[in-house]
Write a protein that binds this ligand. Structure first.
Ligand code: PEP
Ligand code: MN
Length: 263
């Protein structure tokens, strides 16, 4: 971390010859929650045919209410991974506690640390000891500096494959779910060499804000976006309100590529 010198951006290998950062723009997309194997096959095929090679999907879901859907668990991660592997698509999924790491390890390409665990220091310490990339989401009440310190936990444990993610913070504004803090992007890029991904789905909580804020993220200097999509958003097990249907996702991917080429 440094404010004094222009840092050389790191490129982090994700697997399958795909890397993030260092000038690449990486699109990650998929449902908030993995629901079943048919859904995974369909989404993985959709992504592949659109040139997107990283699929997101939660199998352990941190829900505000314990009565909401809490995920298909490790069994779901197994089929998620095997179907993605057949399609040449990488898997990113949230790990909620250190005890899950070992079971998840064979079936995952990128460990996601959720906003609620951004300062779960025992989890960050444990992820410092793995050799797979870790994407750390900013805490919804966390400062930019605190996000960088969370990255330092993983880094100081020996894992340098770290991706930072701005996913919106809590403010007084009630017109949307979270305030996507795009100021964080250039600041993180100045202070750190690590790739910065923007999550416009959780950062807005509103489907029709996802595209404009994704495009804004490109111009702010983001190295990628992570976006929630669903065949029928109104039927999604979680976060349907902010999920794009396939046609909206296709339009977003096209516009993102046009915008990246303008930079
Ligand atoms: C998610 O990616 O579905 C998620 C729960 O994200 P966050 O931790 O940012 O709320
Ligand atoms: Mn979600």
């Amino acid at each position: 971390v440094s404010g004094m010198w222009k840092l050389t951006p790191s490129s982090i290998p994700l697997g399958n010859g795909i890397s993030i950062g260092g000038g690449n723009f990486t699109i990650m997309a998929g449902p908030c929650s993995i629901e079943n194997d048919a859904q995974v096959s369909e989404v993985a095929g959709f992504l592949k045919s659109n040139g997107v090679f990283v699929m997101r999907g939660g199998v352990f879901k941190p829900r505000s209410s314990p009565y909401s859907f809490r995920g298909v668990g490790i069994e779901g991660l197994r089929y998620f991974h095997s179907i993605c592997k057949l399609n040449g698509v990488l898997v990113v999924s949230e790990v909620m506690e250190p005890d899950q790491i070992e079971a998840m390890y064979p079936y995952i390409d990128i460990f996601q640390v959720g906003t609620r665990n951004a300062q779960n220091f025992s989890l960050l310490d444990a992820l410092g000891r793995v050799d797979k990339p870790v994407m750390i989401k900013r805490g919804f009440s966390g400062t930019i500096e605190e996000l960088l310190y969370s990255a330092e936990y993983v880094f100081s444990g020996g894992n340098e494959k770290i991706i930072l993610c701005e996913r919106g913070i809590r403010t007084f504004e009630k017109a949307y779910r979270n305030t996507l803090d795009l100021n964080a992007v250039p600041i993180l890029k100045q202070k750190s060499h690590l790739p910065v991904v923007v999550d416009p789905s959780h950062g807005t909580g509103i489907r029709n804000l996802v595209e404009p804020m994704s495009l804004a993220a490109v111009m702010a200097g983001a190295d990628g976006v992570i976006v929630e999509i669903h065949r029928e958003p109104e039927k999604a097990y979680s976060d349907g309100i902010q999920s794009l249907c396939y046609s909206e996702a296709e339009q977003l991917f096209d516009r993102l590529r046009q915008t990246v080429s303008l930079k």
